[in-house]
Structure formats: C-alpha cells, structure tokens
Design a protein around this ligand. Sequence first.
Ligand code: TGC
Ligand code: FAD
Length: 445
Amino acid sequence: LFLVFCFLLLCIPSDLLFAICFLVLCIPFEFRNSRFGLYLPILAATLNVVTMAVRSDQFTSPDYLQLDDLLTEEQKLIRESVRAYVKKEISPIIEDYAQKASFPEHIVKQLGDLGCFGPTIPAAYGGGGLDYISYGLMMQELERGDSGVRSTASVQGSLVMFPIYEYGSEAQRKKYLPKLASGEWLGCFGLTEPNHGSDPAGILTRFTDAGDHVILNGAKMWISNAPHAQVAVVWAKDDNDAIRGLIIERDMEGFSTPTTHGKWSLRASATGELVFDHVKVPKENILPNAKGLKSPLGCLTKARFGIAWGSIGAAMDCYDTALRYAKERIQFDRPIGGFQLQQKKLAEMITEITKAQLLNWRVAVLMNEGKATPQQVSMAKRNGCEVATNICRDARQMLGGMGITGEYSVMRHMMNLESVITYEGTHDIHLLITGMDITGFNAFK
Ligand code: TGC
Ligand code: FAD
C-alpha cells in the first residue's frame, strides 16, 4: 500500500517537491512498522490531490453566441490541440516561472513542434501555411495560458519570421526560416530605443558602409526574447538616413543582450536590451526589400493582430475562473454568484468577450482576403487589450483575497496585460491611429 501511495505522489509532476518531502517524512515511520507509516502517505496523497484540484487547469471556453459555427473543422482542431498543450505543458508550470521571473526556455522547442511559430508562413519555409483565423486561435489559446508565452510565439512568427519572409532574399529565407519555425533558433525584434518608443521614425541606431560589410552602432531596449535569442531582426538607419532591417546573429563581435530585471509584468517572458558596439555585419545580412518605417510597421500589423486575439484569451481565462469561483464561494449563506453585483460583473464580461470575439473574427476574415487595413488591426488590438484589462481587474476583485495569490491565474494575467496594452503601440497611440483614420487629421505631431 505504501508503495502504491508513493507512486501516486510521485506521478504528479507539478507537486513533485511536495511529494518528495512527504516521502522522506514517511520512510522512518514505515521502517519502524508504525501505523503512521500508512496514515502519512494517505494524508500526503489527499493533500496532494486537493492542491492539484485547486491549481489544475479547469478552463472551459466561453462561446455565448455559438461562434464555433463560424469556424472550420480544421480551425477547431488547431485550437483544441493548442488548448490541450497549454493545459498539459503551460498551466502546471507557468505560475512558478512567473513568480521567480524566469523564462521557461524549454517551451521554445515545444511551440515549434506544435506549429505555433510562423503559422501563416508557407510550409515550404517551415511555416504552417495556415489562414489568419487559425493563427488568431493559436494566439488566443497561448495567451489564455500566459501573455508571455504568446509573446514568445508572436515575436518569433510575426516579428522575426515574417520580415525575413517578406523582405528577405531567398538565401536568407532558406537559412533562417526553417530553424526559427522548428524552435531550434529563437529570434527577437529590435525597433524600440531608449529615446524612441512611440515615435520609431527617430531611431538613432545606424550602420555605415565598410566595403563588403557594414558597421552597426546603437542600442535597443525592451526587447522580448532578447536574452535567449540566437537571431535578432534589427531596424537601423543607413548612410542615407533610410530605415533598413538587418539580421544580427548572437556570436557577432560587439553584440550583447543584457537582461532587463525588476519587471512586475510579463515575468515569465525574457526581456532585454540589444547593444551594438561596432558590430561588423556582412552585407548579405541586410534585408534587401525592407526600406523605410513602413517595413517594421508592416510586421507590427501582423503581431498586433495576434495580440487582439491573445488578449481575449487572457480575458476568457479570467472570466471562466471568476464564474467558477462565484458559483462555489459561499458568503452570507449563498454562492456569491447569486448577488446582483457579482452577476453584473460576469454579465458584462461575457458581453465584452463576445463582442471582441466577433471583431477579431471579422478582422481575420479581412486578413484572409488581403483587405484588412492596419487601422482596423489597431482597433482590434486596442479593443482586445482594453476589454481584457478590465475583465481581469474585475475577476481579481471577485476572487477577494484569493485573487491576489498565485493559486489562480487572474493576477498574473492582470499584471501581464499592463505590458500587452503598452507594447506594439500604446493604448493612446492606437486611439490616435483610429482618430486619424476617421478624421483625416494627424494628432501625433
Ligand atoms: P507614418 O508617417 O504614419 O508612417 C510611415 C509609413 O508607414 C506606413 N504605416 C504602416 N504600414 C504598415 N503597417 C502599419 N501598421 C503602418 N503604419 C504606418 C505609412 O503608411 C507610411 O508609409 P509611406 O509609404 O507613406 O512611407 O509614421 P509616423 O512616424 O507618423 O508614426 C506613426 C505611428 C505613431 C502610428 C507609428 O510609428 C506607430 O505605430 N508607433 C508605435 C510604435 C510601436 O508600435 N512600436 C512597437 C515596437 S515592437 C514591440 O512592441 C514588440 S512587443 C512584442 C511582444 O512581446 O509581443
Ligand atoms: P513612450 O513612447 O515614451 O510613451 C509614453 C506615454 O506617452 C504613453 O502613454 C504614450 O501613449 C504617450 N504618447 C507618446 N506619444 C504620444 C502622442 N503623440 N500623443 C499622445 N500621447 C503620446 N519593442 C521592440 O522593439 N521589440 C520588442 O520585442 C518589445 N518588447 C517589449 C516588451 C515589453 C515587456 C515592453 C513593456 C515593451 C516592449 N517593447 C518592444 C517596447 C514597446 O513597444 C514600447 O514600450 C512602446 O511602443 C511604447 O514606447 P515607450 O515605452 O518608449 O513609451
């Protein structure tokens, strides 16, 4: 019996440490033939199962308007496989990684195997050759697990693979895309600088012609994936002040990627700087077809689309958690879900989620038809972030004190979304993009 319980304890990986501690405690009692030798493993197994029940991923996806009817069987299958992956591989570990502000590097290969890197890039280059609804669903499911995981995938697919595919030479495509698609290499995207965030037109990083190579100098900051990346797509000005894209490899002399510490948000995602100190870059590493600010902004349109879907994934997780909690938590002899104030929060959450799902779906259809404008994508990104931020905040309140703990995902989502609402264009910048689109007046400058 003792051995059976030992097996039960050890086979639950997320609580391995817990199990081992109890096991160590049990052994002396067992050897003394004490009754405790039996009781302790039973107690340990029970506690373990209870802990697992609290921490396990019980997510049920909200679909209030039967939007599944708008999806093909293939799209649903893709969503289910990413959802199953998140339940199995992300949910059990992500809270611990976020608490210790550490990037789960092993997921890079897993995400590659699952096809989450470059799903819309043609299969001939290692991509998925899929449509934009499938891509959106993947990002939704990944961010349902954690915004940092979605970040890893959207940077790799939309900000590293996409520019190499769209603006790169055939040799560059063949050299980099398959390795990035499989997760053998991780990439990052360097546009933002210490003095140029919302206004990337002013970037100071530049390169000068030096015969068969160029010399790159400057610095980027706030770069997702940077500390672990083998490849960086970097935006810099040439001798004619034109913005160009360069592929920088980790081992190039003078290139370093210091880690950014002290984040309260996106803690399971690695963020860093890119520092270029007279880096000698072969000319064949310049993206031949990227010219001007519209090239990096074109990549951002793809990534912002992924964020529109991803942020709603985080919102869905918080709504689902709050709904379950409201049905189970008893106060004043009733489940708190029976009180009007809590129902108002839940009703508004599902309404906003449903509206955002419809908006995202429509933008994806337009993307598939090649008709979506960057401004429409901005609207979807801004809306997704706002809806998700509000829902996660309300969900956190509904969980009372438990809402601030790592036993539930809501506070982690809530903090993550502060980055998501800031990067890829801040909330205000996207509002101004819509404002300019509808009035024709530029309020940026
Ligand atoms: P502006 O004159 O408006 O535009 C310059 C040229 O670009 C074109 N364009 C776009 N093209 C494609 N997609 C878009 N989204 C585009 N937006 C603009 C535009 O038509 C123009 O073309 P042309 O032919 O006339 O030259 O440029 P501006 O200097 O006035 O700036 C406009 C503004 C503020 C909207 C833009 O610069 C902006 O979007 N700022 C926000 C910066 C930003 O989003 N940075 C993101 C950095 S990367 C990141 O955050 C990754 S986080 C990753 C993660 O972890 O998930
Ligand atoms: P600022 O541009 O200084 O803005 C400060 C405030 O001023 C904001 O509220 C903004 O809305 C407002 N503002 C600015 N201009 C105007 C205006 N014209 N009118 C009204 N209000 C205005 N960048 C990359 O290149 N690659 C990455 O991988 C990447 N990853 C990131 C990861 C994280 C966790 C974070 C936090 C950021 C990341 N970024 C990345 C940078 C991100 O894109 C920038 O932080 C963002 O674009 C805003 O720039 P900023 O921080 O310099 O803010």
